[in-house]
Design a protein around this ligand. Structure first.
Ligand code: FE2
Ligand code: FE2
Length: 181
């Protein structure tokens, strides 16, 4: 199902986070022109920067605006949201741990973070967002979209390629062009 315009600001963050997650899991980027560092220590700096700039406000927006609607309107909403909030806490904890101890066991800790981030985002995209755009009353979905549209713009990103929700090629084009991670 094509993503509803109301949810696109968060789907853009998800795209960037998935690229980052791949870099953490593989230890390198698949994109030939990527400037993703091969040094695990340098990768921590990228992760912490991405967390501060993008993931923290993203999590807050989900917890403030998205999850309450899911709990209210989706049949499995309460259990789904409980799991997603728990994953937010795990991700926050892993990143805090990397800030506090950026040297030990990085070959395990960074891929673990990448896999958790990937699983979390796939659940939001494939389960939460799909259900919300199918089941939320249109007025509530639009009110949510108005809130999310006020989120401050993030950088660095490849969003120029993804600003039209009607462009079905946008995701793959954006992915191919995005070399920030
Ligand atoms: Fe989330
Ligand atoms: Fe998310």
């Amino acid at each position: 199902m094509k993503r509803h315009p109301a949810l696109i600001p968060l789907s853009l963050d998800h795209h960037d986070a998935l690229v980052l997650a791949q870099g953490l899991i593989l230890g390198r980027s698949k994109a030939p022109r990527s400037d993703w560092p091969t040094s695990r220590t340098a990768q921590i700096k990228r992760v912490v920067g991405f967390f501060t700039e993008t993931l923290q406000p993203h999590f807050k927006a989900e917890e403030t605006w998205v999850f309450p609607g899911a709990v209210r309107f989706l049949q499995d909403g309460p259990a789904l949201v409980q799991n997603l909030i728990s994953e937010h806490e795990q991700i926050r904890g892993l990143i805090r741990g990397l800030e506090q101890n950026p040297t030990i066991n990085l070959e395990t800790r960074l891929p673990t973070l990448g896999r958790l981030l990937e699983t979390h985002i796939r659940t939001e995209e494939r389960v939460l967002f799909e259900s919300m755009q199918r089941e939320l009353p249109i007025a509530d979905l639009e009110a949510l979209g108005a809130q999310l549209a006020r989120l401050p713009a993030r950088g660095p990103s490849c969003r120029a390629h993804y600003d039209s929700p009607d462009n079905t090629d946008a995701r793959s084009k954006r992915s191919a062009d995005c070399n920030n991670f």
